[in-house]
Write a protein of this length. Structure first.
Length: 728
């Protein structure tokens, strides 16, 4: 390591860019110091780095266990060249889009050392150069301003002590005027950038030396905290809890909170309601969630008030129709539910794995079609919709697609005034539907239609706020049909047997009689490093050889956490190295992905028709076109490098991301390192993802902790109470 103290400065030219993340602008590069042969590995936030650029950076040295000495910089400054030759080299580096080698030479030959001044302040003069017309001149000017505006924003954030990793999001929001927009009204960030906007705004104002409008700050703080509450899964927070958070986190007095709550109520941003279950403190709702809960309860009450015409379907006719169409003999329990379900306009079907939910959905669909009822099938995710389509043999779609969601407007085409064209709507995996999505779905249900929700209430709740399926059942106002008989017998499926044991708080058991021919195994291993090694061995050799399953396509590692030795981050890196070691990253691309990598799409993208949780394989990485392509079940989707934040390695995924999917083989590490997330419903959800094989690896103590923790954090919701008070 060079003899340089902490918080030191370096100056040199960028010689190699080892890694660059478009979404965060985090870069790892080689810096050549001055005119010497000394090269230093540097890392930090550096938007749009270009080879040959001269940088002044400030930071400190750190010793990486694998990569050795590195210089982590906190601030940077680009030293623009002042002589003609330096300017030509700088422009040739690609720093300004639209200027290639020939254009750079002609431009510098014409303007010499004034070239950069002309580009920034007098871009209209660029048309004096041969080959530069109005369109190219405008492109060069815009590119220059964008390039330097990004770097101005980075410096502005650094000056205010704000993480520069937020730069990309801010620039995407406000473009080249980001700094001036933030300076003009910092608190607009609370609405524009949920989650982190308030912290940025607060830091900006505290560093501006201008008087702070404390009432405005308190309102912004409350809006930020309400967003934080929603991110935690709640739809409201009690007033005393909200006031305590304000006091502890931001030193805001209770009187100021009361005043701000009154102002937000007057502006109709929030709703204050008495909580029937906790009378000591009011419930504070963001208006959207209050209206969603009220809308769900009111529409359900309206639907259930409409009389139902019961078709002439006795047990004998039902049995004959299903046997004829599906070649299946129904159980007495299933026949009873089928007879009864036609008597209700809204109904819920729930039950654990192996109890016949899928058979019942197929049967219901068949019978409604038999009496000429137009039926629509939907699920909350693309994976769940495809699975529903596969098992029913009928078209199924995501709820968003069925409702005609527009990513441009953020609105749904189908709603109360333009309802769905359907007489029956069946929604699978209903436990994954959050409050807002259920509201939009319910509003689009025609008054003469039937709605059937199917789901396993013991699985993890929705990622978004609310616990809708649980609340609908808890309200005791809707007809609930629970399937209890297990059709896949214990001797045929240890997975199903153990899932029900876990659901009842009992430890899973392996098959003592035929350990080599079971579908469920528990490997006792307390050491995290050994767990990782065992997972690698299982994925690369043992499972493929013993069960004939494909290492990447058929085996899915599911883990409770992202961090730690057995978290998704480390496991993905290890498994990528082992399962894709012969692949290349792609010419000139040193990013986190390689050709043939197993990847997951992280958010719904309706333009690309790919959805949160879809898993595919990288087909190509092309440096020249700045594109990466992924194959999803025979369909190829293209991403440019600015969209790579929509992808993540998927050799190992979180339990939450696995919801709505099934995999031939599942490996689940479970240790006491996962203690914060060890819950019974998490273990239950993970195990029920496996179709043919489940391997649990970890400690009996961790399993015991999860089984005993059957009181996951109760989400603050008011839907059950609103339903209980509805008149129907």
């Amino acid at each position: 390591m060079p003899d340089t103290p902490s918080n030191s400065h370096l100056e040199g030219s960028l010689e190699r860019i080892t890694y660059y993340a478009e979404d965060t602008h985090f870069a790892i590069a080689k810096l050549r110091i001055g005119n010497t042969d000394q090269r230093v590995t540097i890392l930090g936030t550096l938007p749009n780095p270009n080879l040959g650029e001269v940088l002044k950076i400030k930071g400190s040295w750190q010793n990486h266990s694998r990569y050795g000495e590195q210089f982590k910089f906190e601030t940077f400054e680009v030293v623009l060249p002042s002589d003609a030759e330096g300017i030509r080299n700088y422009l040739e580096s690609g720093a300004v889009k639209g200027i290639g080698s020939k254009t750079a030479t002609r431009l510098v030959n014409h303007f010499r050392e004034h070239s950069l001044h002309i580009i920034e302040y007098e871009p209209q003069k660029l048309m004096e150069v041969k080959g530069i017309g109005p369109a190219l001149a405008a492109q060069i000017s815009i590119s220059w301003k964008r390039h330097h505006a990004m770097r101005d924003l980075i410096r502005y954030l650094q000056e205010n002590g704000i993480k520069t990793s937020f730069c990309a999001k801010l620039f995407k929001l406000y473009g080249s005027d980001a700094v001036s927009i933030i300076q003009e009204d910092p608190y607009r960030l609370v609405d524009d950038l949920p989650g982190i906007g308030f912290h940025i705004a607060d830091a900006v104002l505290r560093n501006s030396h201008e008087p702070i409008d404390e009432s405005k700050r308190t309102r912004a703080c409350l809006q930020y905290l309400l967003q934080q509450v929603s991110d935690e899964g709640h739809v409201f927070i009690h007033k005393d809890q909200l006031a305590e958070r304000c006091r502890k986190q931001f030193e805001i007095a209770p009187d100021a909170v009361d005043e701000a709550l009154f102002e937000l109520t007057e502006r109709k941003d929030i709703v204050v309601e008495k909580d029937a279950e906790f009378e000591a403190s009011d419930a504070i709702y963001p208006r959207a969630y209050y209206e969603a809960e009220a809308g769900i309860a009111n529409k359900l009450a309206a639907l259930l008030s409409v009389p139902v015409t019961v078709p002439d379907l006795d047990a004998e006719r039902i049995t004959g129709a299903i046997l004829n169409e599906m070649s299946i003999r129904l159980s007495r329990e299933q026949i009873d539910i089928l007879q009864e379900i036609f008597r209700h306009r809204v109904a819920i079907i729930t039950g654990g794995p192996g109890t016949g939910k899928t058979t019942l959905v197929r049967s219901i669909t068949t019978l409604f079609e038999m009496i000429s009822k137009q039926t629509r099938l939907a699920a909350p995710t693309g994976r769940a919709a495809r699975r529903l389509s596969e098992v029913t043999g009928r078209k199924a779609e995501t709820i968003h697609k069925m409702l005609g969601y527009s990513p441009l407007t953020g609105r749904f085409e189908k709603h109360r005034d333009n309802p769905l064209k359907a007489e029956v709507v069946i929604v699978d995996e209903a436990s994954m539907v959050d409050t807002l999505l259920m509201y939009h779905l319910i509003q689009a249900i025609p008054m003469q239609a039937r709605l059937i929700l199917v789901g396993d209430v013991f699985q993890l709740p929705s990622v978004g706020p609310g616990s809708v399926l649980f609340d609908l059942i808890r309200s005791e106002r809707l007809p609930i049909f629970e399937l209890t008989r297990i059709f896949r017998q214990e001797k045929e499926s240890r997975i199903v047997h153990n899932a029900h044991r876990i659901r009842n708080g009992e430890p899973p058991v392996a098959d003592p009689e035929s350990p080599d021919h079971s579908d469920f195994y528990f490997i006792e291993q307390p050491n995290p490093d050994q767990i990782v090694k065992t997972i690698v061995k299982l994925c690369t050799k043992q499972i493929p050889e013993q069960f004939g399953l494909h290492p990447k396509r058929d085996i899915q590692v599911i883990t409770p956490m992202h961090r730690g030795r057995t978290g998704t981050i480390n496991l993905n890196q290890v498994l990528q190295k082992e399962l894709n070691q012969d692949s290349l990253s792609g010419k000139g691309f040193d990013g986190p992905f390689k050709i043939d990598d197993k990847v997951m799409h992280l958010r719904n993208n309706y333009e690309k028709d790919v959805f949160n949780g879809d898993i595919g394989t990288i087909q190509t990485i092309t440096e020249d076109m700045y594109t990466l392509t992924v194959e999803y079940e025979g369909r190829t989707v293209s991403y440019d490098f600015s969209e790579l934040d929509e992808l993540a390695l998927a050799y190992a995924i979180s339990v939450h991301k696995s919801q709505g999917s099934e995999y031939p083989a599942v490996i689940i590490p479970l240790t006491t390192q996962h203690y914060p997330l060890l819950q019974r419903n998490l273990l239950y959800t993970a195990i029920t993802r496996g179709k043919e094989l489940v391997i649990l690896i970890g400690t009996a103590k961790a399993v015991s902790v999860a089984l005993k923790n059957d009181r996951p954090q109760k989400r603050l919701t008011g839907l059950a109470q609103k339903l209980a008070l509805s008149r129907f």
